[in-house]
Design a binder for this molecule. Structure first.
Ligand code: NAD
Length: 336
């Protein structure tokens, strides 16, 4: 099989959680890919996660907004970009409920601006050849909607049914990516991934909130009765999946990525609390920190991912179990 080989890669949102892990992963596992990281540095980013790359010749940071078409065009041209891996997004569902406008702006308009720039640049410079350019879009399992307990898990054929401003904005961007493939032949691939966890994740997200609660002996807020179910994937496994799709994926195809680790939120909290009971025991069990709080508006009950397609076609499967990934995540905070 012919493998696609990125050379000059634009990573958007590389100062965020998954993007930063991805940049480290690519630089560690390849020899010749150059990475330009375009990031607006919103509150969700942490450029320090890339500090160790400051003097690496294969890495360069550009501070800017993906909705700025002029800047994006300039970056593509200046760095002769052949591959775009698009992570940049507003990513926190709670924020999308309180302030949806910026989600539409970045996730929908921003993706549109990138697609336009890629189309215009590659059409002229690279003669539109799928062996020479690629646009990979990072999406989420949340676009498929919410499942009941006995529903089958999401496959790549599950119709989109987004229910929060966040998932609707991601769904909108996914549709645009497909439209550019079908209408103009832009060489795209797309991945829909379940909840990630691992080093560099922002404190506002669920697992960092639990770990922070345990480390500082503060209340751990749990929505409703803690019965909502999510699937969890260690971030490095996600990065390996994206790499596999870039190198061996079929243009125009989407791939689901998941960890095979479905859990009720409350079970997840208890598991992390037990880890701390064992490794840093206190007078009281850590689970006594759990505090049930008013449920999120429109809270999706369950997401579950079927990743048979990428397993079968690209030989990708998650390498970490939840416990091994959790341990790495906690140790990466350096506080235990
Ligand atoms: P994040 O919030 O940690 O990081 C997002 C990054 O994008 C930040 O560095 C931010 O500064 C940057 N950014 C935001 N708006 C921008 C703009 N207008 N221009 C340039 N940069 C901008 O997000 P994450 O958790 O790393 O998620 C990355 C991608 O993966 C997102 O597209 C998200 O939808 C998707 N995803 C995330 C998960 C998850 O569990 N975190 C799961 C599946 C899919």
């Amino acid at each position: 099989m012919h493998h696609y080989q990125p050379r000059h890669m634009l990573v958007t949102g590389g100062a965020g959680f998954i993007g930063a892990n991805f940049i480290h992963h690519i630089l560690e596992t390849t020899n010749n890919i150059k990475i330009i990281n375009l990031d607006k540095l919103t509150y969700a980013s942490n450029i320090k996660n890339l500090a160790s790359l400051k003097h690496t010749e294969r890495y360069q940071f550009v501070h800017g907004d993906i909705t700025d078409s002029y800047l994006v065009n300039e970056v593509l041209r200046k760095h002769n970009i052949d591959t775009i891996v698009h992570f940049a997004a507003e990513s926190h569902v709670d924020n999308s409920i309180a302030q949806p406008a910026v989600f539409i702006q970045t996730n929908v308009i921003g993706t549109f601006a990138l697609l336009e720039a890629a189309k215009n640049y590659w059409q002229h410079e690279n003669h539109w050849d799928a062996t020479r350019c690629r646009f990979h879009h990072i999406s989420t399992d949340e676009v498929y909607g919410s499942l009941q307990l006995d529903d089958a898990s999401f496959t790549e054929k599950t119709p989109y049914h987004p229910r929060s401003p966040y998932s609707a904005s991601k769904a909108g961007s996914d549709h645009l990516v497909y439209a550019y493939y079908h209408t103009y032949g832009l060489p795209i691939t797309l991945s829909n991934c379940s909840n990630n966890y691992g080093p560099f994740q922002h404190n506002e997200k669920f697992i960092p909130t639990i770990i922070k609660g345990c480390l500082t002996w503060q209340p751990i807020p749990v929505y409703g009765e803690g019965k909502n179910i999510r699937d969890w994937l260690y971030v490095k496994d996600h990065c390996k999946g994206i790499q596999a799709i870039l190198e061996q994926g079929q243009v125009g195809e989407r791939y689901n990525l998941g960890g095979n680790q479905e859990m009720e939120n409350l079970s997840l909290v208890r598991l992390i609390c037990h880890y701390f009971d064992k490794h840093k025991p206190q007078k009281m069990p850590y689970a006594s920190l759990v505090q049930f709080v008013t449920d999120r508006k429109g809270h999706d009950f369950r997401y579950a991912i079927n990743h048979e397609k990428i397993k079968k076609l690209l030989d990708w499967t998650p390498e970490e179990t939840f416990l091994s990934g959790l341990e790495k995540t906690i140790l990466a905070t350096g506080n235990l």
